[in-house]
Design a protein around this ligand. Structure first.
Ligand code: DMJ
Length: 437
């Protein structure tokens, strides 16, 4: 599947950010600005390496060496460029030892630094790589930056300081942490939106989005960063109390708190949290390891149900637990599957920590469904309705399909000594970064 995805991108989308597998041409979205930065190449590198696809890895390296240029007049998402490009380049560097990846990662980080030039030091969501001018998305509450987006910068920025000896990156992200620590937290929860001009929370929305960076900061520091672990422990206690519920059919789910009430809806993105609870079980407060492993298993089960209750056996973007509905999407615009990794990510973590064969079985079901319904002759495509027996394609092969979905599947069927979790921490885009002993 990796060969099929890569070869078609190589043939029809090379140098573009992503591939349109049906139109057989390049694809891009506004997160990468208007330039061709080969997002799929950078995102896929470490997966190619891990899978032993060395010729393909070398092709990617050559393209990066000759063509990857960040001096472009292009406004990009700081978060996306960080997790996919800086994370991808750093992982490729650590795995292969090739200096070019480190050099490019540091060059790119320099282009993102102007995003931190705000009155509070909370970065803008977007930055122009040439001018350094930053701004926020129009849709984010009151011109806010987004918690998971700026929070997860921590992982890569700590590594950048470690590799360069320059504390500037570390200082930027530690400043964010200090600021967050000082803020009020309604019910112990961090709201999703923070205004970088005023330093005040925006709309009081609480989601568990795809970032476990506090836990990972602790792990990455060889468990020395106990401040991060404490913040993680406090946060998950509040999450469990206010956002996690059991449906009438007995399924544990994580809801979304908006406008003063809990919406009984869980996003595919939130399914990563099963793996997070398992990863954080060891070292948990009051020795509740068993409890968190169980919680991880329950989330994995719920997310598997969201796949199993569809026609295609692929999970919808969001599913409800309301009015007799259990783990099923209700609105048409929540029925799509865009090759996302989070459910498989959770299967893999659960497999590593329990070796219960059901996780491999569930991963295999998902593999077969993706191969049956998302494979087209020009690559892999998302589908618009997982409840339809004749689904239409969205015609996008997302770069995270190669970076994450296929990597987690490969790891699920590999031995534990391939990237052992004692030595590696996976960033928000599944790029492995070594523990800093
Ligand atoms: C990826 O870019 C990352 O996993 C991110 O954390 C969330 N969105 C996509 C995958 O769904």
């Amino acid at each position: 599947m990796m060969k099929h995805a890569w070869d078609n991108y190589r043939q029809y989308g090379w140098g573009h950010n992503e591939l349109k597998p049906i139109a057989r041409k390049g694809h891009s979205t506004n997160i990468f600005g208007n330039s061709q930065m080969g997002a799929t190449i950078v995102d896929a590198l470490d997966t190619l390496y891990i899978m032993g696809l060395h010729d393909e890895f070398r092709e990617g390296q050559e393209w990066i060496d000759k063509n990857l240029d960040f001096s472009v007049n292009s406004e990009v998402s700081v978060f996306e460029v960080n997790i996919r490009f800086i994370g991808g380049l750093l992982a490729a560097y650590y795995l292969s030892g090739q200096e070019v990846f480190k050099i490019k990662a540091v060059q790119l980080a320099g282009k993102l630094l102007p995003a931190f030039n705000t009155p509070t030091g909370i970065p803008w969501a977007m930055v122009n790589l040439k001018s350094g001018v930053g701004r926020n998305w129009g849709w984010a509450s009151a011109g806010s930056s987004i918690l998971a987006e700026f929070g997860t910068l921590h992982m890569e920025f700590v590594h950048l300081s470690y590799l360069t000896g320059d504390p500037v990156y570390y200082n930027k992200v530690m400043h964010i942490r200090k600021l967050l620590q000082k803020m009020d937290r309604p019910n112990g929860l961090y709201p999703n939106y923070l205004n970088p001009r005023t330093g005040r929370w925006g709309q009081r929305c609480y989601y568990v989005t795809a970032s476990a960076y506090l836990l990972k900061a602790w792990l990455m520091s060889d468990k020395m960063d106990t401040e991060a672990r404490k913040m993680y422990d406090d946060a998950i206690e509040a999450i469990e109390k206010h956002l996690i519920r059991k449906s009438s059919g007995g399924l544990t789910f994580i809801g979304e708190w908006k406008n003063g009430h809990l919406e009984r809806k869980m996003g595919h993105l939130t399914c990563f949290a099963g793996g997070m609870f398992a990863l954080g079980a060891d070292g948990s407060r009051d020795d509740k390891a068993g409890h968190y492993l169980q919680l991880g298993a329950e989330i994995a089960h719920t997310c598997h149900e969201s796949y199993d209750r569809t026609t295609l056996k692929l999970g919808p973007e969001a599913f409800k637990f309301d009015g007799g509905v259990e783990a099923v999407a209700v609105r048409q615009n929540e029925k799509y599957y865009i090759l996302r990794p989070e459910v498989i990510e959770t299967y893999w973590y659960m497999w590593r920590f329990t070796h219960d064969p059901k996780y491999r079985q569930w991963g295999w079901e998902a593999t077969q469904a993706i191969d049956k319904y998302c494979r087209v002759s020009g690559g892999f495509s998302g589908v618009k309705d997982v409840y339809s027996s004749s689904p239409t394609y969205d015609d996008v092969q997302q770069s995270f399909f190669l970076a994450e979905t296929l990597k987690y599947l490969y790891l699920l069927f590999s031995n534990d000594d391939l990237l052992p979790l004692d030595n590696w921490v996976f960033n928000t885009e599944a790029h492995p970064l070594p523990v800093l002993h």
